[in-house]
Design a protein around this ligand. Structure first.
Ligand code: SF4
Ligand code: SF4
Length: 330
C-alpha cells in the first residue's frame, strides 16, 4: 500500500472536461503521481464510495471536486468528501459557479424533464412517464439520484478551501495551483481563487482596443471579424471585459469571442451584471434627445437584437454563483 498522501478527483454534475484537463497535464501527471496516491477518481480508478467512507476524517490530503450540485447524490458526495479531505478544491466552472447545469435554474423544477421526455418530437411517451427517484418493480425497489429543485455551487453546500475556475481550467493553471499548494513556503490563504490572474481576459488579449462605441452587435456567423482589433469594438459580443484572467485569452486569439468561462473578475460578484453595465456604457444609440420612450426602446432593441438570450449569454457559466442565482420554488 502506497504511503504517499492520498488525493481524490470527483465529478458531480459535469461533462467530464475537467478530467480531460487533468490528463492534459501531459508528462507533469507523472510528477503528480510521484507526489500523491490518486486514491479516488471514478473515471480512472476503481475505488468505491464505501472506500471513501472507510477512511479516517481528513485522510485525503486534497480533493479536486468538479461538477455542480444537481442531485442528492452530488450533495451527499460533497459532504462526504469535505469530511474526509484536509483540502477541498472547487475545480472548474461547474463547482465554482454552477456553469451550464445551473442554467436549469431558469425554469421551474417541475418542468426540467419536459423537453426530454414530453415536449420532444423524437420521443414517443404516450403514458407521460418521467424518471422517478424510486420505482417499485417485480424484482424489488429501484432508485436513481433525486434532482434537487435548484442547482448549487460546491461552496453553497459545504466549506471550500480553494477555487480553481475555468471550463475547464487550463492545464498549466492546474499545475500552477498544485505547485502553490505544495510549495515549501506554505499554501495560499484559505478561500483563495487559485490558477488565475488579477485582471480580466482583456488584459491577456493581444487585440487593439479603442474607445468603444457600438451601434449594433452581430452574431458570429454574420461577419468575419478582423484578426487585430478588439472583437467588442467590431460589434461581436465578447465577454472578456467581464471575465477573470486565467486562460491566456484563448478564444479571441483564434477569432472567437470569449464566452466567459473563467467567471467574474476578482472583486466582482456578478458577471452578468458586470457585462450588462459594460454594454450600457459602450452602446451608441445615436441622437436620442427628443425621442419618446417607444422610439428609445426600438433603438435599444435594434442595437441588442443580435443577443438572442440574455440570461444564457451573460450567465452561461455563473448563474448559480451570481446574485441572481436562479429560481428555487416550483
Ligand atoms: S473584449 Fe474580447 S477581443 Fe476585446 S480586448 Fe477584451 S478579450 Fe480581447
Ligand atoms: S477566452 Fe473566455 S471563454 Fe475562452 S477560454 Fe478564456 S475565459 Fe474561457
Amino acid at each position: 500500500m502506497s504511503d504517499k498522501p492520498k488525493i481524490a478527483m470527483y465529478w458531480a454534475s459535469s461533462c467530464g472536461g475537467c478530467e480531460i484537463a487533468l490528463v492534459n497535464l501531459h508528462e507533469k501527471i507523472l510528477d503528480v503521481d510521484a507526489a500523491f496516491n490518486l486514491f479516488f477518481c471514478p473515471c480512472l480508478v476503481d475505488t468505491k464510495t464505501k472506500d471513501i467512507e472507510a477512511l479516517a476524517d481528513g485522510e485525503l490530503a486534497i480533493t479536486f471536486f468538479n461538477g455542480a450540485i444537481r442531485t442528492d447524490e452530488n450533495l451527499e458526495m460533497a459532504r462526504l468528501l469535505r469530511k474526509k479531505s484536509q483540502i477541498l478544491i472547487a475545480f472548474g466552472s461547474c463547482a465554482v459557479e454552477g456553469c451550464i447545469p445551473a442554467l436549469g435554474n431558469l425554469v421551474p423544477a417541475a418542468k426540467y424533464f419536459d423537453p426530454i421526455y414530453r415536449d420532444n418530437l423524437t420521443t414517443a411517451n404516450p403514458d407521460n412517464i418521467i424518471p422517478l427517484n424510486k420505482s417499485e418493480i417485480a424484482e424489488g425497489s429501484l432508485g436513481i439520484p433525486l434532482f434537487l429543485k435548484k442547482v448549487r455551487t460546491l461552496g453553497q453546500v459545504t466549506e471550500v478551501d480553494y477555487f480553481l475556475p475555468g471550463c475547464p481550467p487550463e492545464p498549466h493553471r492546474i499545475w500552477q495551483a498544485v505547485a502553490a499548494l505544495i510549495a515549501p513556503d506554505g499554501p495560499p490563504p484559505k478561500g483563495s481563487v487559485v490558477g488565475v490572474g488579477p485582471s480580466t481576459v482583456c488584459a491577456e488579449c493581444r487585440r487593439e482596443r479603442t474607445d468603444k462605441k457600438i451601434r449594433r452587435f452581430f452574431r458570429t456567423y454574420e461577419i468575419i471579424p478582423n484578426q487585430t482589433e478588439c472583437l467588442l469594438d467590431q460589434g461581436i459580443l465578447c465577454m472578456g471585459i467581464a471575465t477573470r484572467e486565467g486562460c491566456g485569452g484563448l478564444c479571441p486569439e483564434v477569432n472567437m469571442p470569449c464566452t466567459g468561462c473563467y467567471g467574474p473578475p476578482a472583486g466582482r460578484l456578478d458577471q452578468g451584471a458586470r457585462m450588462t453595465a459594460a454594454i450600457g456604457s459602450i452602446l451608441d444609440l445615436g441622437e436620442v434627445k427628443g425621442l419618446g420612450e417607444k422610439e428609445l426602446h426600438g433603438r435599444i432593441d435594434q442595437a441588442l437584437g443580435a443577443i438572442p438570450d440574455y440570461a444564457g449569454t451573460f450567465y452561461k457559466y455563473s448563474l448559480a454563483g451570481s446574485i441572481l442565482g436562479g429560481r428555487e420554488k416550483l
